[in-house]
Design a protein around this ligand. Structure first.
Ligand code: GDP
Ligand code: MG
Length: 620
């Protein structure tokens, strides 16, 4: 919200501008006034909206046109004063003042206008009949008011309206012609409703209404007040209250009512709390809170953010099958201005037999976004209302910035839970198959993937010594000319060659020698397509010999051509383990007990994790 408000009074000479200002300040009518009152500043604590307010007078006798134009462009709200007993001063409102103001204000920044009819003490009738048509013609006119500087009628109201016109303008919310809320306002309130509807049943029950009230206004709603609100809606709208809760229709009706009764600051408070700015767009400060990420650090979601995302999943997995159907997914992203996940996501994370993103897959995709593009993740969390629902200061409090990797290496331990593995290999060596197999898909299943929907990432969990870790596989485009720094920086390198193609290994050897031989990043050689007959590689030495020379584990045979079963997952556990413990010597890695411990943990905990989730679901 604004830090201060600048109110300018304009109008024909002698309509009473100066008298209005003096009456407000001295609380009595000044018989004699100067041409122009000095600019006054009302301190925040004596104004109703608690913002410092400057009031600026204008006098044709004392000021040049140039000075007037300057004041107009500086003002946040302009009161056009006329005298109710002076027809000419009313005519001038449309013939002179409104065009003059329009010409001297920035087209994009809407300056609200207030029509002020002074000297109401002098006439019996009201000027409203003449004024209302003007208001209908000019949407920038926020409101009109009749007052009298002489008997102090509506003076403080006038300045209160002016302040409110700046702080809580009706313009963006409501169309007086249509007597209805504007579409953008309906859209924003609908999103707010959906975010606040914690169980996604289309109704705000007492618990949800109380939470909403507390987040927006910092006070709980008294039980009687809650009933009163529902009764007002019930009386006016047949389907505004359902199952003793507020429906979306009822919620929107309530806000229309607030606005129509001049209580639009209530609606603004709600909108601002949920991150909207004066144009009803989500604030950049809200969507992108500052977050510093030093180099060699990565970004992960913390426990709190995972809990929140889990609750979002639960509220949209209506049939409780632990996966999101296309409709459920669409409903989940309904609070976004666009659909963030394309069909490639289904080939990046785990899906069920229908090809729908599973609970694990959903969390994996969030983990991936957080890791690769944390700004995007903050934005997405903002759309979901993370900071509000999880009662956090900002989206940024859902992110863990890991410590510098150099410290991890020094201390020989890591607190990270996401590890990146870049997968290198020549064209056709089996990289994509290797990525897809991590998602449990065998070759037959992989053949059904639409080429346009393919992904160069795959992410899922593995278990290393009973700890759940994310392994992020990235398929690197094989052309040497295209290799970037990002392709080189990872926790583990995977070099894939086609064991049935004699010319496949050479590429791996070349990449290794050029980029990784002298780096600290551990490397693993994978002999893919092991279901096919192995051929001798056309290279100076055998892959086994190459690995031995360069102190790498021997090539790991791998195939995703498994008839019915899902491809074996051991290799991914090995990769994660090597990524976590880059300092562990090759001798240790070769010892069978090391791997055994790692992989036993894997199966036990994989099963346990699933059971736990099922138990949790059943309890609800
Ligand atoms: P300005 O030129 O617009 O600043 O107008 P002034 O404040 O100087 O007022 C012009 C004249 O109108 C003065 O004689 C005031 O006393 C008188 N006046 C101002 N407000 C009122 C009002 O509410 N009622 C009556 N009856 N006279 C007013
Ligand atoms: Mg004056």
């Amino acid at each position: 919200m604004r830090k201060d408000v600048r109110i300018l009074l304009v109008g024909e000479p002698k309509v009473g501008k100066t008298s209005l200002i003096m009456s407000l300040v001295s609380e009595e009518f000044p018989e004699v006034v100067p041409y122009r009152a000095e600019e006054i500043t009302i301190p925040a604590d004596v104004t109703p909206e608690r913002v410092p307010t400057h009031i600026v007078d204008y006098s044709e006798a004392e000021q040049t046109d140039e000075q007037l134009f300057q004041e107009i462009s500086k003002a946040n709200v302009i009161c056009i004063v006329y005298s109710v007993n002076n027809k000419k001063s009313i005519e001038k409102v449309t013939s002179h003042w409104i065009p003059l103001i329009t010409d001297n204000t920035d087209k994009d920044s809407r300056v609200p206008l207030i029509l002020v009819g002074n000297k109401s003490d002098l006439v019996e009738h009201s000027s409203m009949e003449t004024i209302l048509p003007i208001m209908n013609q000019h949407s920038e006119i926020e409101t009109c008011v009749e007052c009298s500087a002489k008997n102090l009628k509506n003076i403080s109201e006038l300045f209160y309206y002016a302040q409110k016109a700046v702080l809580h303008p009706t313009g963006p919310l409501y169309s007086p012609e249509r007597k209805d809320m504007k579409p953008l306002c309906v859209k924003a309130l609908t999103r707010i409703f959906k975010v606040s509807d914690l169980d996604n049943d289309g109704i705000l029950n007492d618990h949800e209404l109380n939470f909403f009230q507390r987040t927006c206004f910092n006070t709980p709603l008294e039980p009687q007040a809650l009933e009163d609100v529902k009764n007002v809606v019930r009386k006016n709208l047949s389907d505004g209250v359902c199952d003793n809760g507020l429906s979306l229709k009822g919620f929107l009706f309530l806000h229309t009512l607030f606005i129509q009764r001049g209580r639009h600051e209530t609606t603004w408070t709600v909108l601002r709390r949920f991150g909207y700015d004066d144009d009803l767009e989500l604030n950049q400060d809200y969507l992108f809170p500052p977050l510093k990420i030093p180099s060699d650090c990565t970004t992960e979601l913390n426990h709190n953010a995972y809990l929140f995302l889990q609750s979002v999943f639960d509220k949209h997995d209506r049939d409780r099958d632990c996966a999101l159907s296309p409709e459920e997914l669409k409903d989940l992203f309904d609070v976004f201005p666009y659909m963030p996940w394309g069909p490639d996501v289904n080939n990046t994370v785990g899906t069920n037999d229908n090809g729908w993103i599973t609970y694990q897959g959903y969390l994996s995709q969030w983990t991936l976004t957080t890791y690769l593009d944390v700004q995007r993740c903050l934005e997405y969390l903002g759309y979901l209302g993370y900071s509000i629902i999880a009662e956090q200061e900002s989206q940024a409090s859902g992110i863990t910035v890991t410590r510098d990797k150099k410290i991890d290496l020094q201390k020989k331990q890591t607190q990270r839970s996401v590890f990146r593995c870049n997968v290198f290999g020549d064209i056709g060596s089996g990289k994509s198959g290797f990525l897809q197999a991590f998602l449990g898909r065998n070759l037959t299943r992989q053949k059904t993937i639409n080429e346009e929907h393919r992904s160069f990432y795959a992410i899922s969990t593995t278990y290393v010594y009973g700890q759940e870790k994310y392994l992020l596989l990235h398929e690197v485009f094989p052309d040497f000319d295209y290799l970037s720094d990002a392709d080189m920086s990872c926790d583990i390198v995977c070099l894939v060659y086609d064991a049935s193609n004699p010319y496949s290994f050479e590429y791996c050897a070349k990449v290794f020698k050029q980029y990784f031989m002298d780096s600290k990043t551990p490397c693993m050689m994978v002999a893919a397509k092991s279901d096919l007959p192995e051929v001798k590689q056309m290279y100076g030495c055998s892959p086994l010999e190459f690995c031995r020379r360069h102190k790498m584990p021997p090539p790991q045979t791998f195939t995703c051509n498994t008839a019915a079963a899902a491809p074996n997952q051991d290799i991914y556990t090995k990769l994660t383990t090597m990524a976590m413990y880059p300092h562990v010597s090759q001798a240790d890695l070769k010892s069978s007990t090391f791997w055994l411990r790692a992989s036993v943990g894997a199966t036990v905990f994989a099963v346990l994790g699933l059971t736990l989730y099922r138990v949790l679901l059943r309890q609800r």
